[in-house]
Write a protein that binds this ligand. Structure first.
Ligand code: BTN
Length: 237
């Protein structure tokens, strides 16, 4: 169990709600006051992007939603904050796959889901911390900090680092976030990728972020395509 008393003592100004089990922290956070943090030990209907489910095994991962002001490039800022918190708490350096995936060993170790509800952002963060294994259908795609490092980590240590990192990164301007993301992610420039698009998959080389934070992919004929949503993967994978 997450040590809630310690967490509440460290962040006395935040409302921190904790559930042993619930459908999704995203649903529980919708309608809560700004600044609220919702945590669960288990989610029965964890939500990922694009209607995917988020595997939320009891007691091993971080399942967290925060009520935040809606700011530009919030997904990118939250990804950076999560990378920073994991590095600070565990020494593990994750890569960022635009726009919302934290990668370890070319597999996904954490994901960000931002939903707008009544003008507020419900910012969901799922981190695979102590999972020893994953269901067969995602086993080749998912990483956990434990599987990477060969040892377990205290989830509170990551949360202690996460909340201040979020506060500091969401206070930065868009230009700074784009600059930091570009430097923290091996996917933003010079990476051969395949991207699922409405008209079919395209393959090309990433060529940076546009001023709004969208990913530019340069195809082999020299034309650029602006990627507005996710679906980016290393070419050939
Ligand atoms: C993704 O990469 O697809 C986003 C995953 C987001 C998962 C988190 S876990 C906490 C919060 N509650 C949810 O139901 N989803 C987000």
């Amino acid at each position: 169990m997450i040590d809630l008393a310690r967490l509440r003592m460290a962040f006395p100004d935040r409302q921190i709600l904790h559930f042993a089990s619930l459908d999704s922290t995203q649903r529980a956070a919708a309608g809560c006051e700004p600044g609220t943090i919702v945590l669960a030990d288990e989610q029965l209907a964890g939500q990922g992007r694009h209607g995917h489910a988020w595997h939320s095994e009891p007691g091993t991962g971080i399942y967290c939603s925060l009520v935040l002001p809606s700011t530009p490039v919030l997904t990118l800022a939250l990804g950076l904050a999560t990378v920073e918190a994991i590095a600070q708490a565990t020494g593990i350096q994750c890569d960022l796959r635009w726009p919302n995936d934290l990668m370890l060993d070319n597999r996904k170790a954490a994901g960000i889901l931002v939903q707008l509800v009544d003008g507020q952002a419900i910012a969901g963060i799922g981190i695979n911390v102590n999972q020893a294994e994953f269901p067969e259908d995602i086993g080749h795609l998912a990483a956990s900090l434990r599987r990477h490092a060969g040892r377990e980590f205290a989830r509170e240590d990551i949360l202690f680092a996460l909340f201040p990192a979020i506060d500091s990164l969401i206070a930065e301007d868009t230009e700074t976030i784009l600059h930091l993301f570009t430097h923290a992610s091996s996917y933003v420039a010079g990476r051969r990728v395949t991207v699922d698009q409405p008209g079919g998959a395209i393959t090309g080389t990433t060529a940076g972020l546009d001023p709004a934070g969208f990913l530019i992919v340069r195809r082999d004929d020299g034309t650029d395509t602006l990627i507005l949503a996710g679906g980016v993967r290393a070419a050939g994978s």
